[in-house]
Design a protein around this ligand. Structure first.
Ligand SMILES: Cc1cc2nc3c(=O)[nH]c(=O)nc-3n(C[C@H](O)[C@H](O)[C@H](O)COP(=O)(O)O)c2cc1C
Length: 398
């Protein structure tokens, strides 16, 4: 069966096809009779993406895949990886390769972690609980979003690996503080403070659909005042309406000081793309920095994360761990980020593709596929350990 590139978007009465994230789907495995659809196991992330497209409802697909405005940054994250060339070394003993590492002291089998993403419930009825089972089987760490469809305690109960909790700071700081207390009690190892979302960007796919949560899904972490839900909103993104009402757009670096005063968990600042902000994050006591542009979902035109990584690593100067997310779709993408100084990378949308395609097994498989690609790339690059991945391995463009 020939796959459609996308379900298309209705624009001025015409159906137009939008390439999401610059991904060009390769030839898909053929359908086989009697097996209810795609049967050959996908062999790369693009094929998982195509499978998820077949399975997800249109609204969910558009919500997951989309970026802001013209989706320049969404595409830039991928394009920038493609522009970096590798300088492999040869005749190195690569008969044993280990991907094992630690992140903030927690042991993981692979430097591929899972990024925080809202609303896994569109992809699977068991929501984040299903995802975390798949992540545990892959031996790595998951970051659970404030906006999960399952309470953070339920997700923790199904986890077999380390967890981080992603925090948005609400206008009512008691709401955020309660989340911190609950994350501590449930055994989360760190708090990931997302700092690139003082307001939600314009995500036109969401606006067009009047995107919001259907009645059977809700943001499960809230009780009381913040229980208000991002509902379906004709002509607007229900998410943007929700974020404007509840998130604190007056946040400054003081928020990091406040957070440190209410918890002893390590704090990872997510959404930094400049040396200036990396230095401030360190000054204000962060223990980790995630170089992220929210997967191209916030300020459009922002630098690609792999382009921003070197200046953040230089500013951090070994004082905190630096991670990267945005556009990791191949083992070689992870290889480039690790060579440029990331301690680990976080994978976003591909995890949702795995979840939608095949539940927890799909999640595990997506992470294992990327891990196997990374391991092979290390062998071919003459780098048998993560420590051997240095900037000498890459040639930056220009
Ligand atoms: C559907 C979706 C929901 C997301 N929700 C959140 C969120 O709740 N909190 C957050 O900090 N980042 C969120 N992100 C951003 C991701 O954590 C991450 O930065 C991004 O997806 C990485 O890029 P990638 O999808 O290209 O791998 C979300 C991303 C997607 C695709």
């Amino acid at each position: 069966m020939a796959l459609k590139p996308s379900r298309g978007t209705l624009l001025w009465g015409r159906r137009v096809h939008v390439w999401a994230g610059g991904v060009q789907w390769p030839q898909m495995p053929a359908h086989q009779p009697g097996n209810g659809g795609l049967t050959v196991e996908p062999i790369n992330i693009a094929e998982y993406e195509a499978m998820a497209y077949e399975k997800l409802p249109h609204d969910a697909w558009e919500y997951y895949i989309g970026g802001s405005d013209d989706e320049l940054t969404l595409r830039a994250n991928r394009d920038a990886f493609a522009r970096i060339r590798l300088r492999p070394r040869v005749l190195v003993d690569v008969s044993h390769i280990s991907l094992e590492t630690t992140v903030l002291g927690a042991h993981v089998r692979t430097p591929l972690l899972v990024a925080p993403m809202a609303y896994h419930g569109f992809a699977h009825v068991e929501c984040e609980c299903e995802t975390v089972r798949g992540v545990g089987a892959a031996g790595t760490l998951m970051t659970v979003s404030t906006m999960a469809n399952r309470p953070l305690e339920e997700v923790a109960a199904d986890a077999s690996g380390p967890l981080w909790f992603q925090l948005y700071v609400y206008r009512d700081r008691n709401v955020s503080e309660q989340l911190v207390r609950r994350a501590e009690a449930a055994g989360y190892r760190a708090l990931v403070l997302t700092v690139d979302t003082p307001r939600l960007s314009r995500r036109e796919r969401e606006i067009r659909m009047g995107f919001g949560l259907p009645p059977h899904l809700h943001t499960a972490n809230f009780e009381g005042a913040a229980r208000e839900q991002p509902g379906q909103t004709p002509g607007a993104s229900g998410l943007a309406v929700y974020a404007t009402a509840l998130l604190d757009s007056s946040l400054t670096w003081e928020a990091l000081d406040w957070l440190r005063s209410v918890t002893s968990l390590p704090i990872v600042v997510k959404g930094v793309v400049t040396a200036e902000d990396a230095a401030l994050a360190v000054e204000h006591g962060a223990q980790g920095i995630i170089v992220s542009n929210h997967g191209g979902r916030q300020l459009d035109g922002t630098v690609a994360t792999i382009e921003a990584l070197p200046e953040v690593v230089a500013a951090a100067n070994g004082r905190v761990e630096v991670y990267l997310d945005g556009g990791i779709r191949r083992g070689t993408d992870a290889l480039k980020a690790l060579a440029l100084g990331a301690r680990a990378v976080l994978v976003g949308r591909p995890v949702l593709w795995g979840l939608a395609a095949n539940g927890q097994q799909g999640v595990t498989r997506v992470l294992e596929l990327l891990g196997a690609e990374l391991e092979l790339a290390m062998a071919l690059a003459g780098a048998p350990s993560l420590a051997a991945l240095t900037p000498a391995l890459v040639r930056l463009p220009g």
